[in-house]
Ligand binder design. Structure first.
Ligand code: PRX
Length: 657
């Protein structure tokens, strides 16, 4: 199919409209009136009814740009709101998580964890952590796969008032150590090995390798036995999880929930920015928890009988907010799945939905495109009629994937919610509400109630309908980041320097005649691969750390499956001109330095990188080369022939594919 035909297809799907399904609006959690309240009024009412406070708040919002504080004077505990209060209210037998192991829903390892059981596990682990000296304010690093002990560890920290940082299980030991050292964690919680797609993967070994190279302040490593593999344990530092909790009480009174100030740190989550160093995004207790719970309730139209499944990883913000804090704060029943979409078979997702009667599914466009590629027969082989609401997050969803999701997964009737947000925003900000909004495939539609979003041009004027510009947020919202850890200057520079009066999200967007938002991807040096942000400079630094590499420039090119793919342009030291073997070595080197998710899809060797006369690498040009687009003006280049050599290589690589 030619690009033109595809574009016309996309345009025609984009003009389709889907009003809320009949009957849905009448009983939905949100009605059109939800948009009527003022911003502070909306959030204050939610905060009063949705959360339990040890001390009620006095001031809804203090806004001293660029820092917001919400619900001042209030005290509460996130773990109490997520766990204990449900048990106290008589819902201890309600299932918090249907735990599905890597081998899928037919495996023997499936188990259900009720709220009462969750409470006992959290109390025991909190007591275990206490015996290691963890208390209010002690930072704890967590490097676990999608096992139930991951939310348990997070909640145990929250119970004690100990802020956590979770490092995605796919990151390298070096990346773990860097984050843990930055936060000053004295305790790291990890596991012997991970199970993914029927295979074991090292975790403790990664952590050891990382800790050996840095993060020397780590005094204790707690190791969960997942596979039972024999992993080296360092005397005096390392303890097994089960040994740590063997003799401690699981009585909640033995470890009361620490009342925290609204603005006390709940966690840091590191994310990629436009420089190599990851940013420690700060999230505090009350506002974050409220934003998570409120959006989860309305956006997914959560019912008391719902079985909800967010198929993301807890290691990312999506999992923090929509697997752990949001659903638990709403007392919901969720699926917690350890595995991947293709193991033990390509229908594993659909068999999970069928087995548990999942009514809400939240996933990413990349996952939907993978299912699309495999074909609808896998979904068709299962009863998916329990599904009511489908969500998407992480990257712009192309209208074709939107339609496929609605038709083949949602039986042609389920509303598909495209939700826009970021690690920094803490929770969903632009989204449709299933009983209210008329849907348009490809559009995230409207700002959530209590959220003020707009599109600005470079001069800070609001762009009219149809025009493209930068997505901004003009008023604070409860879950917004409270800065970057120990880096006020970078916080101001990254988010508040472009416009004096608005948060700059780093995404391009346009608003149409109906006031609906269309997201158009990152406008900075951040690539979005399968919905995960990877800074191009981080990958460049990893490449340059290899002795064969003199210089590297990294860019993202559009990719049908993963949204974007990483392309690295590399010039080598000495006379080396590169080879397929070296390309493989360099790709693995990046995987080792950062993690597999950052491994370049393609490496293009070039004797020199295209530079302007002032010595700057022309990234725009590299992107055009990578995407095989016209180059535009190359007159500022020192040596335009450099680019022609690269273009020839890209063309050759495409032919070889
Ligand atoms: O570019 C936007 C894209 O993902 C970025 C945020 O990435 P991260 O902090 O890793 O959080 C991902 C999960 C919330 C955004 O700046 N993005 C996220 N959701 C969407 C999206 N782009 C378009 N449409 C979305 N629904």
């Amino acid at each position: 199919m030619s690009a033109d035909v595809r574009n016309i297809d996309a345009l025609s799907t984009q003009t389709r409209r889907y009003p809320p399904p009949e009957g849905f609006a009448a009983t939905a959690n949100a009605t059109a009136a939800i948009y009527d309240a003022g911003l502070e009024e909306f959030w204050a009412a939610e905060a009063t009814q949705r959360l339990d406070w040890a001390t009620p708040f006095e001031t809804v919002l203090r806004w001293e740009p660029p820092y917001a504080q919400w619900f001042l004077g209030g005290k509460l505990n996130a773990a109490y709101n997520c766990v204990d209060r449900w048990v106290e209210r008589g819902h201890g037998d309600r299932i918090a998580y249907h735990v599905v192991p890597d081998d899928g829903p037919a495996a023997a390892g499936c188990r259900d964890l009720t709220y009462a059981e969750l409470q006992r596990h959290v109390v025991r682990f909190a007591n275990g952590l206490r015996s290691l000296g963890v208390g209010k304010g002690t930072p704890v690093g967590i490097y676990l796969q999608m096992v139930p002990e991951l939310p348990i560890a997070m909640l145990a920290c929250a119970r004690l008032g100990a802020p956590h940082t979770v490092v995605f299980g796919g990151y390298s030991g070096k990346a773990v150590a860097e984050r843990v050292a930055d936060m000053g964690c004295t305790v790291l919680v990890t596991q012997d090995e991970a199970m993914r797609a029927g295979r074991t993967w090292p975790r403790k070994a990664n952590a050891d390798e990382g800790l050996a190279g840095g993060a020397t302040q780590v005094e204790h490593v707690v190791v969960l036995r997942r596979t039972g593999a024999d992993v080296p344990m360092q005397d005096g530092r390392d303890r097994y999880w089960d040994d740590l909790v063997a003799d401690v009480s699981d009585d909640p009174r033995s470890c009361p929930c620490e009342p925290m100030d609204s603005e006390d740190l709940l966690f840091l989550l590191y994310t990629s920015g436009t420089t190599g160093k990851p940013k420690g995004v700060v999230h505090t207790t009350a506002g974050y928890l409220l934003g998570a719970a409120t959006t989860h309730h309305y956006v997914f139209d959560l019912r008391p009988e719902s079985v909800y499944w967010c198929a993301a990883d807890v290691g990312w913000i999506t999992g923090h907010t929509y697997i752990v804090y949001g659903p638990l704060a709403n007392g919901a029943t969720s699926v917690l799945y350890e595995g991947t979409p293709a193991h033990p078979g390509r229908d594993v997702w659909w068999s999970i939905i069928e087995k548990y009667g999942v009514d809400i599914l939240y996933t990413s466009p990349t996952a939907i495109r993978a299912h699309m590629k495999w074909g609808p027969q896998y979904a068709q082989a299962h009863d998916l009629t329990s599904l009511r609401v489908l969500g998407s997050v992480g990257e712009p969803i192309n209208p074709e994937a939107w339609e496929w999701y609605r038709t083949h997964v949602g039986g042609g009737t389920c509303p598909v919610v495209d939700t826009w947000w970021q690690t920094e925003t803490g929770h969903i900000l632009i989204t449709r509400l299933p009983g209210v909004t008329t849907l348009k495939p490809g559009s995230a539609t409207k700002p959530f109630p209590g959220v003020d979003a707009a599109v600005y041009d470079d001069a800070g004027n609001v762009v009219g309908p149809g025009g493209g510009g930068n997505l901004v947020l003009r008023r604070p919202w409860p879950g917004m980041m409270r800065g970057l850890f120990h880096d006020d200057a970078r916080y101001r520079e990254s988010y508040w320097s472009k416009y004096p009066d608005a948060y700059f999200a780093g995404d391009g967007a346009r608003v149409d005649e109906d006031g609906d938002f269309w997201l158009m991807g990152r406008i900075d040096d951040v690539t979005n691969v399968s919905g995960h942000r990877i800074s191009t400079i981080e990958v460049e630094s990893a490449l340059v750390s290899h002795p064969a590499v003199a210089e590297a420039a990294v860019t993202g090119r559009a990719d049908h499956d993963t949204g974007q793919a990483i392309v690295a342009f590399v010039s080598l030291t000495g006379d080396d001109t590169g080879s397929a073997e070296l390309a493989t070595t360099l790709r693995e080197h990046v995987a080792q330095q950062i993690g597999k998710l950052a491994r370049p899809a393609e490496i293009i060797f070039a004797p020199e990188l295209p530079k302007t006369r002032s010595g700057k690498i022309m990234r725009r040009l590299l992107k055009n080369v990578a995407e095989d687009e016209p180059l535009g003006d190359t007159s500022t280049l020192v040596d335009p022939s450099v680019v022609e050599t690269m273009q020839a290589q890209v063309a050759r690589a495409a032919r070889d594919d």
